[in-house]
Write a protein that binds this ligand. Structure first.
Ligand code: HEC
Ligand code: HEC
Ligand code: HEC
Ligand code: HEC
Ligand code: HEC
Ligand code: HEC
Ligand code: HEC
Ligand code: HEC
Ligand code: HEC
Length: 414
């Protein structure tokens, strides 16, 4: 006991005179390593606080008592507070951050992370999961080398990211996702717009070799071409034809998965008939707005979305996509915006992309419609075989595509 006291008072002194006397008194006990509190659910809460780190931190000026207002020497520690679990303690204590950081708190409240906290996810981050309240440092929250604080929970993504162009350039996760108002990754065009904020000349640069570059940016995700090792796939998003927004699950009982499962009786993935009946389900319930599908070519996993390489490795071979049976079209999902804003997906069979039964609802994703894909093949073959120079090739393709589009709309009108 004597040894422990001697050791702790030493640490407290080492922490320096920057600390008030009261704080030093708190640390007199709390800088003892291994000091723990048993919680109701059996967990042990470490009540050790690193005094030296606290003294150096931006919060040292505040002092222990401001944040721990209900802890006083009159009742502490003899009167033991009852704490159910470590998580419960954190949930209660982090409210104190709002008193001084209200604007940040507000941003955070609108994030996917806070939404998940409200839903009861045990490992969705609170302020204190990303910032140790006793060792907060100025601007040091993000460490490119370790990916902290995000890598603690997204380690597979961090590992993939570390070797990417951005990881090597020491950009942090929050450069694209932001730190506090983190959104679901597939929310609107937010992430793509973020890319284009830094790469302002990107569209112009692509237009020099990629016809319909703007349309490609709409329907092909940036990683689909810039993560060369990734597996590519098609996601068909439920889309409201009137509001021009992706369809979101209704509040209350989510229906997408149960409907998809009901339509997919064999459980082997939606075929064209099943996809049609799924869409009928959404179009029945008195909805005036028609639900359709919008295709997007993207990489298969969130990890792959972070393996962006330098431009020399990017995919520019048109035939990688514009060719019958191209790999990218062999894996298909259908998705909706889930109740928390994250996407919910269900597997479908590749045949839905060019079946006459579903092709109507896959409107707007022409590259995959059987006849049109053949047209593109033909155009490209023409451009290559004819030895047409690249700029001329583009003009020709644009002209032919326009002419063909006219022909089609003419046909459909009649
Ligand atoms: C005499 C030693 C001692 C001093 C001085 C002391 N603590 Fe504690 N503190 C403890 C012990 C022991 C526990 C664990 C209590 C338990 O097991 O219930 C604890 C627990 C805590 C907890 C965990 C939550 C809780 O309510 O149990 C907080 C927060 C805390 N102390 C803050 C402070 C602050 C702030 C000060 C200074 C104002 C301080 N302590 C001073 C010994 C001390
Ligand atoms: C900026 C506000 C703030 C200050 C200043 C602060 N704390 Fe805390 N403290 C917290 C929060 C928030 C938690 C809950 C931590 C969590 O969620 O894990 C906490 C938790 C604790 C705990 C429980 C164990 C743990 O780490 O979770 C102890 C003990 C504690 N603080 C002691 C102290 C002492 C001693 C000081 C002064 C040297 C101090 N605190 C200063 C906000 C603060
Ligand atoms: C998911 C991790 C994460 C969570 C949760 C988080 N932060 Fe941060 N915070 C960061 C990162 C990373 C930075 C570094 C600055 C940046 O990249 O924008 C930062 C910076 C800050 C800053 C300084 C810069 C600024 O934007 O003003 C404050 C203050 C701050 N956080 C407070 C909070 C508070 C309060 C909460 C809880 C409401 C919180 N943070 C929740 C990751 C997080
Ligand atoms: C009593 C007021 C107070 C409370 C409570 C408080 N902070 Fe702070 N915090 C400050 C002050 C003052 C600064 C200094 C920088 C500033 O002006 O924002 C600061 C700075 C920070 C920074 C670093 C900002 C930077 O410039 O890099 C972070 C991160 C931070 N606080 C997070 C938290 C978290 C998380 C909590 C809750 C556990 C919390 N704070 C609670 C007052 C407070
Ligand atoms: C250069 C911008 C950029 C950076 C930096 C970045 N991301 Fe991403 N992140 C993306 C894109 C793009 C997606 C995929 C969006 C989509 O599916 O359309 C994504 C998706 C995600 C997802 C969702 C994954 C899923 O399963 O759908 C998580 C989680 C994520 N990122 C975390 C991180 C973390 C952690 C870091 C830092 C190690 C990080 N991101 C750095 C651009 C970035
Ligand atoms: C304490 C754990 C934790 C930390 C730290 C953390 N996250 Fe998360 N995050 C989660 C959990 C849990 C989810 C929901 C499960 C999932 O989608 O991976 C999530 C989801 C996300 C999503 C949405 C994924 C989707 O499917 O759309 C993004 C983007 C994200 N986090 C980015 C970040 C960034 C950036 C940081 C660092 C600033 C960070 N996270 C820090 C736990 C954490
Ligand atoms: C169809 C495939 C494809 C798509 C989709 C695509 N890129 Fe590219 N991108 C490439 C290729 C190939 C290059 C290399 C061109 C070259 O070397 O001239 C490139 C080059 C770049 C460059 C370097 C430009 C320069 O100045 O030389 C950036 C930055 C870039 N892309 C960003 C993006 C962003 C952001 C998106 C999404 C909005 C995107 N790309 C979508 C294939 C694509
Ligand atoms: C915060 C700014 C920033 C954001 C946001 C950002 N980048 Fe970058 N990007 C960079 C920097 C810095 C480099 C490395 C230096 C360079 O080559 O320009 C880079 C490099 C690249 C390269 C390699 C370019 C080459 O010349 O080889 C590509 C491709 C790229 N980014 C695509 C993207 C995509 C896709 C996104 C969105 C998911 C994105 N970037 C978001 C800053 C950013
Ligand atoms: C990573 C896959 C991918 C690559 C590589 C790619 N495209 Fe595309 N392309 C698509 C997708 C997907 C569409 C969108 C179809 C739609 O929305 O109607 C498209 C659309 C087009 C269109 C418009 C077709 C129409 O019916 O409106 C043309 C023309 C085109 N691509 C030509 C090219 C050329 C030429 C190249 C090579 C320089 C190329 N593409 C490279 C996937 C790709």
């Amino acid at each position: 006991m004597v040894a422990v006291l001697a050791a702790t008072s030493l640490t407290a002194r080492a922490a320096g005179s920057a600390l008030s006397q009261l704080d030093q008194q708190c640390l007199g006990c709390h800088s003892a390593k291994g000091l723990e509190k048993k919680l109701t659910n059996g967990e042990a809460l470490s009540v050790y606080v690193d005094g030296a780190a606290f003294a150096k931190s931006i919060h040292s000026k505040i002092g222990c008592a401001v944040c721990h207002a209900n802890t006083s020497f009159e009742n502490h520690p003899p009167v033991k507070t009852k704490i159910d679990s470590i998580r419960d303690y954190s949930l209660a204590q982090t409210k104190v951050c709002e008193t001084c950081h209200a604007p940040v708190f507000k941003l955070y409240e609108g994030s996917i992370h806070a939404t998940l906290v409200r839903e009861g996810y045990p490992n969705a981050p609170l302020c204190t999961d990303c910032h140790n309240p006793h060792a907060v440092m100025s601007k040091a929250a993000y460490d490119a080398a370790t990916g902290a604080p995000c890598s603690k929970c997204h380690d597979p993504i961090f590992k993939a990211y570390a070797g990417s162009v951005h990881g090597k350039a020491a950009l942090g996760c929050s450069n694209c996702h932001r730190a506090h108002d983190v959104s679901a990754a597939t929310k609107g065009d937010q992430l793509k717009d973020t890319c284009l904020e830094c790469h302002q000349d990107a569209l112009a640069a692509h237009q020099t070799w990629l016809p319909n570059a703007a349309q490609h940016f709409e329907t092909v995700s940036c990683p689909a071409c810039h993560a060369p090792a990734a597996k590519r796939k098609v996601d068909l998003r439920l889309y409201d034809s009137v509001t021009k927004q992706r369809v979101a699950e209704k509040e209350g009982v989510p229906q997408f998965e149960s409907r998809a499962r009901a339509a997919d009786a064999k459980g082997t993935g939606l075929d064209a008939m099943a996809l049609r009946s799924l869409l009928r389900g959404f179009n029945r319930e008195g909805a005036d707005n028609e639900t359709t599908l919008r295709g997007r070519l993207e990489v298969s996993t969130g990890v792959e979305a972070h393996q962006l390489m330098d431009k020399s490795q990017a995919i520019r071979d048109c035939a990688k996509c514009h060719q019958q049976g191209a790999d990218a079209f062999q894996s298909v999902t259908v998705s909706i915006v889930g109740p928390d804003g994250r996407r919910v997906r269900y597997g479908a069979k590749p045949e839905v992309l060019n079946s006459v039964i579903s092709v109507d609802s896959v409107g707007g994703f022409y590259a995959i419609g059987g006849t049109r894909i053949k047209l593109l093949d033909w155009l490209l073959a023409l451009a290559v075989l004819g030895g047409i120079g690249v700029p001329l090739g583009h003009l020709t393709i644009n002209w032919l595509v326009r002419r063909y589009a006219k022909k089609i709309s003419g046909k459909e009108d009649s």
